[in-house]
Design a protein around this ligand. Structure first.
Ligand code: ADP
Ligand code: MG
Length: 376
């Protein structure tokens, strides 16, 4: 789960990490008095779940009150189109004190699954071009796995910092590490972490992604979820207990088991198409759950076809067929529905579909699936 910059900065404050003074504004009619109560110069920042807002015109410096009001009116409500997240409507802005920047650094902690440890990334070259730095001068980016004997001051020195700000950076690393562990974050990123002209180290940006599987033990974090930022299909799926991720292709797929879902997406690629989604209905789905999943699937406007690929183990193929039949009966489905079932009661399942009076293409194996999908 992602949260907004302003929410992440509140968490930073709780952990003792310095951030600039700021105020949130959600309504156009509040812009003028909110800014008049604030100080200038200030920076107006779009609050959307996306990086690279600066490059997309969502972060702007205002020198005086008039300028700040104009910029705030321009950014609040705008459609922000970024490289990272596509088009997003800006429903909230953060009005933040402008900081005198001496140098922009980069600091993040990510969960490194392969090494079963938190990885730290620190660079003297932070800011909006960090991706470019990673490509052209990777030696300027220091990485380290955080182990039991972790010593932040040593790390800061190895990363190339030797002056009086080292201690400040080391303290921020310790706080960030504590936050990541206590709140089960998969990523905490400060880009830029800045050294000000007054030699203070401050977090100017804040990004945190939390582990969805750990949210059950963090009610405070769950309360920060902004549903307006979530994909409506994904939100609906979460409510139905389905594992669903929206993708860009045109073949909707319904599968049981994440491994089978990935293999199915490979099959679709082999047929020269792309999956419209990842949907895992789980091992023991009932026919009602199948019906809900199917309705969710076909609400997608980009579909050319639906491919149902089910291995009937705990989930019986006749339950699956019943659920799909019920879902289809009342819906006007224009795209072909291709079904491959293996496992428990597959003959009964095929019978239900073949005698439903509805149009299905029941296929036997994945080679046949490739041929059928190719010719859609
Ligand atoms: P994004 O990463 O989404 O582009 P940032 O919050 O990192 O957004 O802002 C982009 C750039 O704007 C920063 O790299 C920094 O140079 C500048 N900036 C952001 N906040 C401030 C601030 N409070 N004072 C001065 N400059 C800022
Ligand atoms: Mg940033």
């Amino acid at each position: 789960m992602k949260i907004h910059e302003y929410q992440a900065k509140e968490l930073f404050k709780q952990y003792g990490i310095k951030v600039p003074k700021s105020v949130l504004c959600e309504k156009k009619e509040n812009i003028e008095h909110t800014i008049k109560d604030f100080s200038v110069p200030c920076v107006i920042k779009a609050q959307v779940h996306s990086g690279a807002r600066g490059k997309a015109g969502g972060v702007k410096l205002a020198q005086d009150y008039q300028n700040a009001i104009e910029i705030a009116n321009e950014i609040l409500g705008m459609e922000l189109v970024s490289k990272q997240a596509g088009a997003k409507k800006v429903n909230k802005i953060l009005i933040e004190q402008a900081v005198d920047i001496e140098k922009e650094l980069y600091l993040s902690l990510t969960f490194d699954r392969a090494n079963e440890a938190i990885a730290l990334i620190l660079s003297t070259q932070g800011g909006m071009d960090i991706e470019e730095t990673a490509k052209t001068t990777p030696e300027k980016i220091y990485t380290e796995l955080i182990k039991d004997n972790f010593n932040p001051l040593e790390t800061v020195s190895k990363a190339g910092f030797h002056d009086n700000i080292s201690k400040q950076i080391a303290d921020i690393i310790s706080s960030l590490h504590k936050l990541a562990k206590e709140k089960d974050a998969l990523l905490v990123e400060i880009n830029p972490l800045v050294i000000t002209k007054q030699n203070e180290v401050i977090a100017l940006d804040a990004k945190i992604n939390f582990d969805d599987n750990a949210l059950f033990r963090h009610e405070d974090i769950l309360a920060l979820k902004d549903e307006a930022e979530e994909n409506p299909f994904e939100l609906q799926a979460q409510k139905e207990g389905l594992n669903y991720i929206k993708l860009d292709g045109t073949i909707g797929c319904m599968v049981n088991g994440a491994g089978l879902a990935m293999a199915t997406m490979d099959v679709i690629r082999l047929a020269g198409k792309n999956a419209a989604n990842f949907l895992d209905v789980g091992g023991g789905a009932s026919s009602e759950k199948i019906e809900k999943a199917f309705k969710l699937l076909i609400a997608d406007k980009n579909l050319e076809a639906v491919f149902i690929n089910i291995f009937g183990g705990i989930l019986r193929c006749d339950f699956l067929a019943e659920g799909v039949k019920n879902a289809i009966q009342n819906l006007n489905i224009k795209v072909p529905v291709i079904v491959r079932m293996e496992g428990t009661n597959k003959e009964n399942g095929a019978d239900i579909l073949n005698h439903s009076g509805l149009k299905f293409t029941v296929i036997k194996d994945l080679n046949e699936a490739i041929e059928v999908i190719k010719n859609i």
